[in-house]
Design a protein around this ligand. Structure first.
Ligand SMILES: Nc1ncnc2c1ncn2[C@@H]1O[C@H](COP(=O)(O)OP(=O)(O)OP(=O)(O)O)[C@@H](O)[C@H]1O
Ligand SMILES: [Mg+2]
Length: 251
């Protein structure tokens, strides 16, 4: 949804198309949805510039923390507006306002508001954010971790990760030509994460590696996960309707 190599660049056409696919999925009977988006070119550059992911070290970081939160509100604003235009009652819920971490993992998240909003027919929208931390004073909460936390709270039928590659591959497909796995078992994923892998762009949350670790925790709860290329038209729609596009990770 953004060009991660260029700070604050939005891929408007992609956001519009994905919003329309989400709307079509809901009209076609997709169960209630929670949307969590990543930091892309909005969160990562600021977080990196001020070292927010390392925790609080000096006063000058405070403005950086606040700017990171604000940049993410801007990105999520664009996403929510596009969803509204497509007819989806997207309700932005700022993670930093409902979450406290402890050493980089969620300690408290006031998820009651998410459950109540879902029950009313809203589509809650959350995002990777800069949040306060009991140990590190503040840090970065990845969208991937939010998904994993909410999976435990909400027990969804399926979790879909939309990214910019065709699925989970043996190695980074942006560096070497490889094809994605069609299907993986959790045990196979556990073996993969013992090998090093990194993000295709600037990513302080560990790129695909961080995602894989969250996917291991989601599938350990018996929930299936799909990792698909959201930059290709139709993939998000098909994945939301239960289709097989990209990599399917079986519990
Ligand atoms: N084995 C792998 N299989 C697939 N992708 C990989 C692998 N190793 C590294 N990657 C990289 O991980 C990237 C996806 O993770 P990244 O964190 O950059 O994006 P994202 O999580 O979709 O976006 P954001 O972090 O902005 O929310 C891909 O673009 C790819 O280059
Ligand atoms: Mg990421």
């Amino acid at each position: 949804m953004t060009n991660k190599n260029k700070p604050f660049s939005i891929r408007r056409k992609v956001i519009k198309r994905i919003s329309e696919e989400v709307a079509t999925a809901i009209r076609s009977g997709c169960p209630p949805l929670v949307i969590v988006h990543g930091g892309g070119s909005f969160g990562h550059p600021l977080a990196k510039k001020y070292g927010i992911h390392h925790g609080f070290r000096e006063e000058t970081q405070l403005i950086g923390f606040a700017e990171t939160v604000q940049a993410m509100r801007r990105l999520s604003g664009v996403i929510a507006e596009n969803l509204h235009t497509s007819g989806v009652p997207a309700l932005p819920l700022q993670p930093s306002a409902i979450t406290v971490q402890k050493n980089g993992r969620i300690a408290v998240m006031f998820s009651e508001v998410i459950e109540k909003a879902l029950a009313m027919g809203f589509t809650p929208v959350l995002w990777g954010d800069a949040v306060l931390d009991e140990e590190k004073r503040f840090t970065i909460l990845s969208g991937d971790q939010i998904v994993s936390h909410l999976s435990a709270v909400l027990s969804p039928l399926r979790v879909v990760f939309g990214t910019d590659v065709d699925g989970i591959c043996p190695t980074d497909p942006k560096r070497t030509k490889t094809r994605p796995f069609e299907e993986l078992k959790r045990s196979e994923l556990e073996m993969m994460t013992t090998r090093p892998s990194e993000s295709g762009g600037v990513d302080v949350t560990g790129g695909m590696m961080g995602k894989l670790n969250e996917i291991i925790s989601i599938t350990s709860r018996g929930i299936e996960v799909v990792v698909t290329n959201a930059t290709k038209a139709g993939n998000i729609l098909r994945a939301l309707l239960g289709g097989k596009v990209g990599t399917l990770v079986k519990p």
